[in-house]
Design a protein around this ligand. Structure first.
Ligand code: SF4
Length: 364
């Protein structure tokens, strides 16, 4: 079950993504009025089909909708093909430096290709990849980055880095469209939050019809990576910019998917699983609320119900502060009062609080 409040963004100050073209990645729509799609990238060995398929299962369970797999060598193409055949999610082929590998990936079941025309070997090689994508009826993500900008563009002193990145991406889009290829998604990520935000703002203004894949690249380990990604992508999504997102973390990719969904829910764009409203605790709290909230969070991970669940340390502010929660508990000394939308249901002992909450959530 999933609750969708709007498309990829609220479209307050930026580009509403309803104006972008819709691109299909397997059976997942990206762009147009489609909800912002959640994606991640596999990090098992690229020649190990079984390990990658096991990771895809875990990602799918966490709510991942599109998965990307690197193909660093031609010898990994057999594993890629096996993954595409068995994967419940559409698989994007991520290729650098070799048009031949990209062409072969398109033939072997890729749902989308991700290339950087700046390192695939020039426009003639890019055109060979475009022809293969056309033949396979799959889209291409043009992913540019600061490290592979055209040398003339990189040397220009009259343009800022965001302007250079956006110009590079827009020039490639123009080239693709001149070849008659419109099934395009664009990304232009940087590891710096504000460079990324400025780049995407320019892209949204200059190529408003092209769906954008947003993310902060190389954002870091779990804590820093989530904060950097949420701050940058939050700004973009609030402005209606972003048709699909990846939160890049130096961690288990399942954490990337959890972070994406938590961000989308925080912005009231999409909700897949319960959101926890929990108080920070203070001197009034007479239970181990931190442990309690963590246990509730863990048990709710497998629950695909878009509910709000409150875990509050006392009755003083409990039900009142969390009156909009679907289910909640306000703790007292060794006990908790279970409530729903501000109304008391029953009182339970501290040890029975989590089970009581789960029982009520099961009724939603
Ligand atoms: S809900 Fe109660 S325990 Fe929690 S922070 Fe507020 S006053 Fe303190």
């Amino acid at each position: 079950m999933e609750e969708v409040r709007s498309g990829g963004g609220a479209a307050s100050a930026g580009k509403p993504n309803a104006f972008t073209r819709r691109v299909m990645v397997g059976d997942v729509a990206v762009g147009g009025a489609a909800p912002c799609a959640v994606q991640s990238m596999l990090n098992e060995a690229a020649d190990d089909a079984a390990a990658n398929l096991a990771q895809i299962e875990r990602l799918a369970e966490a709510g991942c909708e599109i998965v990307r797999m690197a193909i660093p060598r031609a010898s990994c193409l057999d594993a890629f093909e096996a993954v595409c055949k068995a994967s419940p999610l559409p698989v994007v082929a991520d290729i650098h430096f070799s048009a031949d590998i990209a062409i072969e990936a398109a033939r072997r079941g890729a749902a989308k290709l991700r290339i950087n025309p700046g390192n695939i070997g020039g426009l003639a090689e890019t055109d060979r990849v475009i022809a293969a994508a056309c033949e396979a009826h799959i889209p291409i993500r043009i992913g540019v980055n600061a490290g592979s900008l055209d040398s003339d563009l990189a040397a220009r002193e009259d343009l800022s880095l965001p302007e250079k990145l956006a110009r590079s991406a827009a020039d490639y889009v123009k080239h693709f469209e001149e070849q008659g290829f419109y099934d395009i998604v664009v990304s232009a990520k940087a590891h710096d939050v504000m460079t990324t935000v400025q780049t995407y703002r320019i892209l949204a203004a200059e190529i408003p019809e092209v769906p954008l894949h947003i993310g902060i690249t190389e954002a870091g380990t779990l804590f820093q990576g989530i904060i950097k990604s949420a701050s940058g992508l939050g700004i973009l999504l609030e402005q209606g910019i972003g048709d699909t997102l990846r939160i890049s973390l130096t961690d288990d990719p399942v954490e990337e998917v959890r972070a994406c969904w938590t961000l989308l829910a925080a912005l009231d764009l999409r909700r897949r699983s319960p959101e926890i409203i929990s108080c920070p605790t203070c001197g009034r709290c007479e239970v181990d609320l931190i442990a309690l909230a963590k246990e509730v969070e863990g048990r709710l991970r497998s629950v695909a119900v878009p509910a709000k669940v409150a875990v509050m340390g006392c009755v003083v502010n409990g039900p009142g502060e969390a009156a909009d929660a679907d289910i909640g508990v306000a703790c007292g000394k060794g006990s908790g009062v279970i409530f729903a939308q501000g109304k008391t249901l029953r009182k339970v002992e501290e040890g029975a609080i989590v089970d009581a909450l789960m029982e009520e959530i099961g009724k939603l």
